[in-house]
Design a protein around this ligand. Structure first.
Ligand code: PLP
Length: 482
């Protein structure tokens, strides 16, 4: 890498990205291209001779950006947010610049040590019990995604119980979660060799706002034990993907403890809010948990990917995931003096992701991060009030964080709420390109989801989005396209 060439080209790239952010509101939020569009625009094979950066950037502008859905647009309200920030961006840049591969401490001591420190900082911000800090038997690790986080803890839990009951008992192991748990749990069970029928997704309904009922869990565990099965894993969620339901951690955790079940808390989305004292109670009961995950890349201003996982017993992870080939042996590892994160994750190689989280924590500080979360929750509350004031719409579940679940419901008095109508409204709104929202299904009803959380979103964007929703609803209702 030629340093001067890097300087010149990186400046150009930063200019390009800055201009992108300056004009981000001019793009359709949801890309409007058809499948296969890019094949028609790019050559069949790579060039034989080098091209200039400018030529590539021209193609990015003309051919790539039309196929981009603009997650950083202030008019992005779909799924959950995937935040970026200058701090996170600079951290990513630094990580790309250093480009180390920090699988063992010795491969870049700073990468491991910074990760340990930063995750202890964040654990303290969340007021996690000391058992999750690196000082004792626990500690934190950055995974790529929440899916990887739940997989590694499920594997640790599986191997821990199999050590006790024997490997032949694998077909008897049972995992539990609510039917609102993210699909990554099912994937983890598949990969972990858990019998497909033994991944229990317990029923929830509107009576608990779609939270897992401790009674339902207890009943399922009793039934399984009676049938000769072995309960081993419970994944609870704080902020479910569909509607941000919060499972009651304390009650669930006590049941898990009594039955010697590994208790995981998936706070991928809502964990960020728990740095605010007024939302911390949503993870009360975390002291009963064996592990907790939060995606800093969702709602914590840290560029993708950065999924934080804490465990109370790091040895459980290490025993399940460690390998010790000759070519990786070194004095520090053999002397048991260091953390080797390769043994806390699926891949060997790992990026220097703690840099961006460190930069976010330092360049914002706790107070600004708390204000950031509070502002989004306030904007979501504002949107909720707008919806509630229009008699054609209804709020479907109580809002807890910055997600509003609602639907167009023109026929009140117990009549059908019109799944097709809401489907049509979703399509109509998203094809305007003026905003992007997503949907879910709860109790058989098609629901619209409005998730505030993009860093650039202000009240005017929420108001403008609501105006589009109202206008499209008016048009649909008038044309009878229900
Ligand atoms: N858990 C919850 C509650 C989620 O909402 C999501 C994604 O939105 C995930 C897990 C999976 O996240 P990831 O993409 O990091 O695997």
């Amino acid at each position: 890498m030629d340093a001067e060439q890097l300087r010149e080209n990186a400046h150009k790239m930063v200019d390009f990205i800055a201009d992108y952010y300056k004009t981000i509101e001019s793009f359709p939020v949801l890309s409007q291209v058809e499948p296969g569009y890019l094949q028609k625009l790019l050559p069949d094979s790579a060039p034989d001779h080098p091209e200039s950066l400018q030529q590539v950037l021209n193609d990015v502008q003309d051919k790539i950006l039309p196929g981009v859905t603009h997650w950083q647009s202030p008019d992005y309200f779909a799924y959950f947010p995937s935040n970026s920030s200058i701090a996170g961006f600079l951290g990513e840049m630094l990580s790309a610049g250093l480009n180390i591969v920090g699988f063992s401490w010795v491969t870049s001591p700073a990468a491991t040590e910074l990760e340990v420190i930063v995750l202890d900082w964040l654990a303290k911000m969340l007021k996690l019990p000391e058992e999750f800090l690196s000082v004792g038997q626990g500690g934190g690790v950055i995974q790529g995604t929440a899916s990887e986080a739940v997989l590694v803890v499920l594997l640790a839990a599986r191997d821990k119980v199999l050590k006790r009951v024997g490997k032949n008992s694998l077909p008897k192991l049972v995992a539990y979660a609510s039917n609102q748990a993210h699909a990554s749990l099912q994937k983890a069970c598949q990969i972990g060799g858990i019998h497909p029928e033994n991944c229990r997704l317990l029923k929830t309904d509107s009576s608990t706002s779609y939270a897992l009922s401790p009674d339902a869990l207890q009943e399922a565990i009793f039934k399984d034990i009676k049938a000769g099965l072995i309960p081993f894993f419970l994944s609870s969620t704080v902020g479910t993907t569909s509607s941000t339901a919060v499972d009651p951690l304390s009650a669930l955790g006590k049941i898990a403890k009594t039955s010697a079940i590994w208790f995981h808390v998936d706070a991928a989305y809502a964990g960020s809010a728990c740095i605010c004292p007024e939302y911390r109670h949503y993870i009360d009961g975390v002291e009963e948990a064996d592990s907790l995950n939060m995606n800093a890349h969702k709602w914590f201003l840290t560029n993708f990917d950065c999924s934080v996982l804490w465990v109370q017993d790091r040895n459980a992870l290490i025993q399940s995931l460690s390998t010790n080939p000759e070519y990786l042996k070194n004095k520090a590892s053999l002397g048991n003096m260091v953390v080797d994160y390769k043994d806390w994750q699926i891949p060997l190689g790992r990026r220097f992701r703690s840099l961006k989280l460190w930069m976010v924590l330092r360049l914002y500080g706790l107070e600004n991060l708390q204000s950031y979360i509070r502002n989004h929750i306030q904007l979501a509350k504002h949107f909720e009030e707008l919806v509630a004031a229009d008699p054609r719409f209804e709020i479907v579940t109580p809002r807890t964080f910055a997600l509003v679940c609602f639907r167009l419901c023109p026929l009140h008095n117990g009549e059908d709420c019109g799944n097709q109508l809401n489907h049509n409204l979703l399509d109509a709104v998203n094809s305007t390109g003026k905003l992007f929202i997503s949907h879910t299904v709860l109790s058989g009803n098609f629901i619209l989801r409005f998730a505030v959380g993009a860093p650039l979103t202000e009240e005017r964007h929420v108001n403008a989005a609501w105006k589009v929703l109202q206008d499209e609803a008016t048009t649909l209702l008038a044309t009878g396209l229900q």
